[in-house]
Every structure is written in structure tokens, then in C-alpha cells.
Design a protein around this ligand. Structure first.
Ligand SMILES: [Zn+2]
Ligand SMILES: [Zn+2]
Length: 222
């Protein structure tokens, strides 16, 4: 069956995201997705908790800060430590039964893998809907996927509910389970789709974040 999933979403379990578990399910459904990955920064707690609390198909994962750049790990059953090299991180992800994805490998940001993308990965996030510069990073990631013969996936890197689903992966899985989805991605039975998140949604996210910070401070002082 065809699964349509955003494979890169942060929830409030990442300090920098506004997406509550409720938002995650609401916006995923609204955007016509039938699954969504939870990939909080260096944390797995939220992913498994959210998966337990909803009937919606959640793909538990995390975004690992490796020494060489960010790596998305899907379907891992234990926390992957941060700070290891990219190759070591991919090994740990595989030992933990997971799928290793080189996320936003070519964006203008120090946390990206660039030259450390290699054949050890299972997939490349060729579309990251919040990548900057968007077109160039998609093009370079496509070229790397071609050269290394890796599966192509997409995700939004959403930190605000309405951003969910701008990047999504179509996965031809044998059944609607996390295991079947993970296997299909590794086997290359998937394709990357989507478009850049509209600037207005990124601006709204920043404003809401700012407001939240101000509210936190004012509560602390009162
Ligand atoms: Zn990242
Ligand atoms: Zn991310």
C-alpha cells in the first residue's frame, strides 16, 4: 500500500519546536498524510510516547547531532549518542535496527553533512522543505543520491504545525507498519515529493516562538 509520510518533524519535545502531539496528528491528517515521523533533536522520548497515545501511524525517530552534521534515525529502539562521527553514527543506527538518513546535507548551516554523505547511509533527504537555498540543496542532494545509489526521501523539518506535509515521502510498503515502512525505504521503494515551505509560515513560526519566550520571561519575573 502507498504510505504518504512527512519523515522529518520536530515536536515540543525538541526545545525549538511549537508542534504539540495534538498538532502533529491534526496537521498530518489535514495535509492528507497517512503517517508521520517524529524526529526530535537527540531525544526519543516524545516519539514513542506520541506513538502510544494515538491511532495515527507514527514512525518513531530522532535527529542525531553527529560530529559531522545532523542525521535522522528512524525506527531506532534506543537513543543514539550525539558527537560521534557520521560513519560511527550510521553504524549505531543500524545496530539499533534503524534507518539512517542524511538530512538536509547541503544547506547553509554548520550542522549539515556535506562531504560526509557516503554509501553507508540508507537514504538521503533530497527534499527538506525548509532548506536554504532550496533549489540548490535539492539539486545537490539529488546528485549525491544518484552517485551513491541511495534511496530518496523527503521531509519538512517542521517546527510549526502548518508547515507539516510540505515535504513528504511516498513509500510503497507491504503493510501500514513502521517495520514495513523502514524496510521499504531501505529497499528504495520510495520517492521524494514536495515544495518549499512558504516564507509566511516560517515568519509566523518565529513570531510565535518569540512570543512564547517573552511570556516565559514575564512569568518568571512576576
Ligand atoms: Zn537538522
Ligand atoms: Zn530537523
Amino acid at each position: 500500500m502507498l504510505i504518504k509520510a512527512d519523515l522529518h518533524v520536530h515536536t515540543t519535545y525538541s526545545n525549538d519546536s511549537l508542534i504539540t502531539p495534538k498538532d502533529l496528528v491534526y496537521y498530518s491528517k489535514k495535509r492528507g498524510l497517512n503517517a508521520c515521523a517524529v524526529t526530535d533533536h537527540n531525544s526519543l522520548d516524545g516519539a514513542y510516547k506520541i506513538a502510544k497515545e494515538t491511532d495515527f501511524l507514527i514512525i518513531p525517530g530522532m535527529e542525531v547531532s553527529s560530529a559531522d552534521g545532523h542525521i535522522v534515525a528512524l525506527n531506532v529502539h534506543e537513543l543514539i549518542p550525539r558527537g560521534l562521527s557520521a560513519v560511527e553514527t550510521v553504524e549505531r543506527i543500524h545496530e539499533a535496527g534503524g534507518v539512517a538518513i542524511a538530512c538536509h546535507p547541503y544547506v547553509f548551516f554548520k550542522g549539515c553533512l556535506r562531504g560526509n554523505v557516503c554509501g553507508a547511509f540508507d537514504a538521503i533527504e533530497v527534499i527538506n522543505a525548509r532548506a536554504f537555498p532550496f533549489k540548490n540543496s535539492v539539486k545537490r542532494a539529488e546528485e549525491a543520491a544518484e552517485r551513491l545509489n541511495l534511496s530518496r526521501v523527503a521531509g519538512t523539518d517542521a517546527h510549526y504545525g502548518p508547515q507539516i506535509g510540505y515535504g513528504y515521502t511516498e513509500i510503497e510498503a507491504s503493510e501500514p507498519t513502521v517495520e514495513a515502512i523502514a524496510k521499504a525505504i531501505v529497499d528504495g521503494h520510495c520517492s521524494a515529493h514536495g515544495q518549499q515551505v512558504p516564507i509566511i509560515l516560517n515568519a509566523q513560526q518565529q513570531l510565535l516562538r518569540l512570543r512564547r519566550m517573552v511570556m516565559k520571561f514575564s512569568h518568571r519575573d512576576s
